[in-house]
Design a protein around this ligand. Structure first.
Ligand code: ATP
Ligand code: MG
Length: 439
């Protein structure tokens, strides 16, 4: 009995022989879920090299045809961002040396469980050129770009890096930051300790804290510092992160990988997640991979992940700023010539998050400018009270609207040990209400 694949292969071979009578062996290959066709077509045009010049859809009796514009130039221009999944049917692919091959893409199975299969038919010599083109394009795509990139992973495209050209950051000020920097330097200086006995050479740290305490700012500052010596990637997708670690390990490249909002990936101990954390199936990276994860919601992370040492090597508590750190942060955001003594300024900002201090500084500056006043302690205190009152109203409103979801939506929930809490508005509460501003 003939399978669907065999019937299609016969049709393609017949077409090939009709177009180009040959006595040479005709090669036929089946691939499951392959994106070779579009991968090859997206390869950059080089005058001297073998490239795809046209993809011509062919009417076929055996394969259902379903396609949109598949001109190779369009594919190149869109950098492969188009969703190419629905490209089904029989295609004749023309190459720059006037050779060609036939390709059929069809679905076997139905609905969600349907898989795309691909059959390609050509003479051996054409076939070799085609494979070389596909592999070189695949290699080019998975080369980790230098500097800082975003990485995503899709079933269809595999791992895709998008370079981040510019990042603007303020210096991050936090007592934990120094320990984190020391941790990272130690790791890269002593990677051999982390690869002994076939260990994967990966260290994972989790930054935990309420919104606006500077977790992302720290990651960005580290990224900027390290990106001269190693590729740095940012992602919110654990699959993309895992794929990147594999590529870095295979290429023996040291790397820093930042997984933001890790709770959304680590809320369950699925096999993907455990593979990623335990390093199973991961080649050892002799140059070292440091994974930096951030979360606002440590309580959402599956306990088996947090409680078992080694899945996450170190947790950093990134909380509100106090005393000298709060003061240094305030000096960063208030004007340099602010005429307020350290002790007084420190008292207003201590216990606030970095983002709150930034907001207080910016609101105070803009109020002082718009009301033609100088930036005094009284004005800053009053702005602080005003911000607190606004936030209190927002919370009150949100609480009456949806008591169940508000706490999660707005930010931080008090945990049993009292370490994590909603930062607003209580942090501002010691400013007296009569100091409210008339705006
Ligand atoms: N510790 C800090 N030092 C200096 N600036 C800070 C600090 N924390 C926050 N900021 C400022 O506040 C803004 C928000 O901070 P950031 O995005 O780093 O917070 P986050 O902890 O990542 O918050 P989230 O948990 O909501 O992602 C940044 O623009 C940054 O300039
Ligand atoms: Mg953040």
């Amino acid at each position: 009995m003939n399978t669907k694949g065999e019937i299609i292969a016969r049709e393609l071979t017949q077409r090939y022989k009709t177009d180009r009578p040959t006595t040479h062996h005709i090669h036929c290959e089946f691939n499951r879920d392959a994106n070779y066709l579009f991968l090859a077509a997206s390869a950059r045009k080089r005058r001297t090299k073998f490239t795809v010049v046209d993809i011509q859809p062919i009417d076929s009796d055996t394969v259902v045809s379903m396609w949109v514009d598949i001109d190779p130039n369009t594919i190149r221009r869109h950098h492969f961002k188009m969703d190419l999944q629905p490209q089904l049917g029989v295609f004749k692919i023309h190459f720059s040396d006037e050779s060609f091959l036939y390709c059929a893409r069809y679905v076997e199975g139905e609905g969600d469980i349907g898989d795309i299969f691909q059959i390609t038919v050509a003479e051996q010599s054409v076939w070799h050129n085609w494979l070389k083109l596909v592999y070189s394009e695949q290699k080019r795509r998975t080369a980790i770009p230098k500097g800082i990139s975003n990485v995503r992973w899709t079933h269809h495209e595999g791992t895709v890096y998008t370079k981040i050209k510019r990042i603007a950051t303020f210096p991050a000020i936090h007592p934990e930051f120094e320990s984190l920097k020391a941790d990272i330097s130690f790791f890269f200086a002593h990677v051999e300790q982390f690869t002994r006995y076939d260990q994967p050479g990966v260290r994972k740290a989790l930054l935990v804290g309420p919104p606006g305490t500077g977790k992302t700012s720290m990651c960005l500052e580290l990224a900027r510092d390290l990106s001269d010596t190693m590729p740095v990637i940012f992602s919110t997708d654990i699959k993309a992160c895992a794929a990147h670690l594999q590529i870095a390990a295979r290429q023996g490249k040291a790397t820093l990988a930042v997984l933001e909002d890790a709770d959304s990936s680590l809320h369950e101990a699925s096999s993907d997640v455990l593979n990623f954390l335990d390093g199973i199936n991961q080649p050892s990276n002799t140059a070292g991979s440091f994974v930096l994860m951030t979360t606002n919601f440590p309580e959402r992370i599956e306990p088996r992940i947090l409680q078992r040492p080694g899945r996450i090597d170190r947790v950093y508590q990134v909380g509100e700023l106090n005393d000298m750190h709060a003061l240094r942060c305030a000096r960063l955001y208030f004007p340099e010539d602010l005429d307020i003594a350290d002790a007084a300024l420190m008292q207003v900002v201590t216990g606030l998050t970095g983002a709150q201090i930034k907001e207080l500084a910016q609101s105070s500056i803009s109020y002082a400018v718009s009301s033609c006043q100088s930036l005094t302690m009284d004005l800053i205190q009053a702005v602080k009270a005003r911000i607190a009152e606004d936030l209190r109203q927002i919370y009150k409103y949100a609480d009456t609207q949806s008591p169940m979801t508000t706490q999660h939506n707005i930010g931080f929930v008090t945990s049993k040990n009292g370490r994590y809490r909603r930062p607003y508005p209580d942090d501002f509460s010691y400013a007296s209400p009569e100091e409210k501003l008339p705006f």
